[in-house]
Design a protein around this ligand. Structure first.
Ligand SMILES: Nc1ncnc2c1ncn2[C@@H]1O[C@H](COP(=O)(O)OP(=O)(O)OP(=O)(O)O)[C@@H](O)[C@H]1O
Length: 265
C-alpha cells in the first residue's frame, strides 16, 4: 500500500496525541461493526478498549494498524493518514504469529532483520527486550518449546524491538493462567512507564483493564460506538495486592461492570 499522506493535525487535537481516530465507520457487508468512532491516544499512556463481544474492538485495532480498511473516516498517526501497515505501529496478535521454525532470538529480531539491520546489532536489541520480558535463557528455544504465556512474551518483545511508537495489543494475556496474567500486567505497566509509547490494549477483563489502564474506552454493542471514557487514576506506587483491594480500584471495576452488565448474555 502507498505511504502515509501528510495531514494537518486537527485544531482540537490533544497536544501529545500520537494516534487520532476520526469518525471511523466500518461495515463488513451487511454487518455494521463500528459507527462514528472519534478518539485520540497520547504518548506514554495505555488505553484499553472494553466492550461486549462483537462490538468491534479488534476491528478498531486492525483499522489503526492499517490491516483492515475503514469504510469511512480517517486514522492519523504522527500527523499522517494511515493507508496501510507502517513501521511506527506494531500489532501483537492473540495467536502470537511466531515463526515456528525460528528461535526466540530470531523471532524477536525478525522485524529488524526485515529492515536490513546487521545481525550483531539486531541481536543486541533483541536480547535486551528478551530480558525485559523475562525470557533470558530462552533465546535459542523454539516456539513449540515454550508455554502460551512465554510465546506471548516473545510477541511483545518483537513489537518492542522494532521501536514502534504505537503498540496495539489484542488480548495479549487471554491464553495464560491467572498467576502469569498478573505477572504480565506488572511487566506491561513497567514497560509503559519506561518506554513512553502509545499503548492500545484490548481485553475482556474489567479488572485487568482497570489495573493496567490510564484510560478505558467503553464501547456499546454492535455497531460499536464510544459509550463512556473512564480514567481510573490508580496510585500505582502501592503494591499490586494493595491496589487490587483499594476502594478506588474496586469502585471503578464496579462502575464499569454496572455499565456492561446489561449486555451480558
Ligand atoms: N472479516 C470479517 N468479515 C465479516 N464480519 C466480520 C469480520 N471481522 C469481524 N466481523 C464482525 O464484526 C463484528 C466486530 O468484530 P470484532 O472481532 O472486531 O469484535 P470484538 O469486539 O473484537 O469481538 P470479541 O470481543 O468477541 O473478540 C462482529 O460481529 C464480527 O462477527
Amino acid at each position: 500500500m502507498a505511504n502515509p499522506i501528510p495531514l494537518r493535525t486537527a485544531d482540537n487535537a490533544t497536544p501529545d496525541a500520537v494516534v487520532e481516530v476520526r469518525d471511523i465507520c466500518k461495515r463488513y457487508g451487511d454487518v455494521e461493526a463500528l459507527r462514528g468512532i472519534n478518539l485520540q491516544f497520547e504518548r506514554g499512556k495505555l488505553t484499553t478498549l472494553l466492550g461486549p463481544s462483537g462490538c468491534g474492538k479488534t476491528t478498531l485495532l486492525k483499522i489503526i494498524a492499517g490491516l483492515v480498511p475503514a469504510t469511512s473516516g480517517q486514522v492519523i498517526v504522527n500527523g499522517r493518514q494511515v493507508t496501510g501497515p507502517g513501521p511506527e505501529r506494531a500489532f501483537v496478535f492473540q495467536d502470537f504469529a511466531l515463526m515456528p521454525w525460528a528461535t526466540v532470538l530470531r523471532n524477536v529480531a525478525f522485524g529488524l532483520e526485515l529492515k536490513g539491520m546487521p545481525q550483531a546489532e539486531r541481536h543486541r536489541i533483541a536480547r535486551h527486550y528478551i530480558n525485559e520480558v523475562g525470557l533470558s535463557g530462552f533465546e535459542e528455544k523454539y516456539p513449540h518449546e515454550l508455554s502460551g504465556g512465554m510465546r506471548q512474551r516473545v510477541g511483545i518483545a518483537r513489537a518492542f524491538s522494532v521501536n514502534a511508537d504505537v503498540l496495539l495489543l489484542d488480548e495479549p494475556f487471554s491464553a495464560v493462567d491467572e498467576q502469569n496474567r498478573r505477572k504480565f500486567q506488572e511487566d506491561l505497566l513497567r514497560l509503559v512507564d519506561k518506554e513512553r509509547k502509545t499503548f492500545l490494549f484490548v481485553t475482556h477483563s474489567i479488572e485487568e483493564a482497570v489495573y493496567v489502564s490510564d484510560r478505558i474506552v467503553l464501547l456499546s454493542p454492535r455497531p460499536g460506538r464510544v459509550s463512556q471514557i473512564i480514567e481510573p487514576a490508580i496510585d500505582r506506587s502501592a503494591a499490586p495486592d494493595v491496589i487490587r483491594r483499594d476502594k478506588g480500584y474496586l469502585d471503578v471495576v464496579e462502575e464499569i461492570w454496572q455499565g456492561l452488565r446489561q449486555y451480558a448474555e
